[in-house]
Design a protein around this ligand. Structure first.
Ligand code: SAH
Length: 259
């Protein structure tokens, strides 16, 4: 039978993926990719941020805070794998500018936001630093990552962030958010599938995507529609230094439509 015709093939597929992921976590023999790479200095990171944010309406204090987070991420990245992005300009543009621009275009003031699969804190930390009046929850299913985030949030004294170690689809059974944001988790289609049982727990679903966003939107269209996610806004932007196009996709979720 074609998977699309199966009444509910999703549970099985996702369970398989989860089992594979759990097996990975238990092994714990992951080699640290950047263990021996020299660490960029705070000044180098701050300089790269100045370069990436040129022409943006941003305060120096904001970039100082981003540099401090970036340094913590890079230090920790020598002990555990947090990010593959290690060049200062790439860190500045691909992590901080990308997330900051998303914060700028989203109506996050006064809202609750869940950063699903936050990893080293992207996009949640740059959003929290940009919008002190938004409450951001960073969730990740990997304990090592949430341990790092607890430490980072304490060291950087970010008041509007909560860190949660759990699977997002479990957490959302008991908690509601205005916005759920995802970056670098899965395709549009897989992301809406992941949220299918908890789709009433959120009002807006936001995905930060790369240049292939329109193909992904088309591939996920049927699934999104079936589950009641409606694509409302797409905002495209370009990273400097020819680092590529990005898009912010905003879907209205069933939880925001009185469904
Ligand atoms: N948002 C980060 C991506 C980190 S990689 C960034 O843009 O850099 C993806 C992360 O999602 C991993 O840390 C993984 O542990 C986490 N993750 C994957 N599925 C998840 C789920 N269902 N619930 C919570 N975290 C999840």
């Amino acid at each position: 039978m074609h998977p699309e015709e199966d009444p509910d093939p999703l549970d099985e597929e996702i369970e398989e993926a989860e089992e594979a992921e759990e097996a990975e976590e238990v092994e714990e023999v992951e080699e640290v990719v950047f263990a021996d790479l020299p660490l960029p200095t705070l000044a180098e990171l701050r300089g790269a941020l100045d370069w990436a944010f040129e022409g943006e309406d941003v305060t120096p204090e904001y970039l100082d805070r981003c540099a401090a987070h970036a340094l913590l991420v890079q230090e920790t990245n020598r002990q555990m794998n947090l990010t593959k992005i290690v060049d200062p300009r790439e860190i500045a543009a691909k992590h901080y500018l990308d997330c900051w621009r998303a914060a700028r275009m989203l109506p996050v003031v006064g809202k609750t936001l869940l950063d699903l699969g936050t990893g080293a804190g992207y996009p949640g930390i740059p959003i929290a630093l940009a919008e002190p009046n938004a409450h951001i929850t960073l969730i990740d299913s990997t304990k090592k990552k949430t341990d790092f985030l607890e430490r980072a949030v304490a060291e950087l004294a970010i008041p509007n962030v909560t860190v949660v170690w759990d699977r997002a689809e479990e957490h959302l059974l008991r908690n509601r958010y205005d916005i759920v944001v995802l970056r670098a988790i899965s395709s549009v289609r897989e992301n809406v599938r992941l949220l299918r049982k908890v789709r009433h727990s959120l009002k807006d679903l936001v995905m930060l995507k790369g240049p292939s966003w329109s193909r992904e939107v088309r591939a996920g269209e049927r699934e999104a529609e079936r589950l009641g996610f409606r694509l409302d806004t797409v905002w495209e932007h370009e990273l400097p230094g020819e680092m590529g196009g990005r898009a912010v996709l905003v879907y209205r979720a069933p939880g925001g439509q009185g469904m």
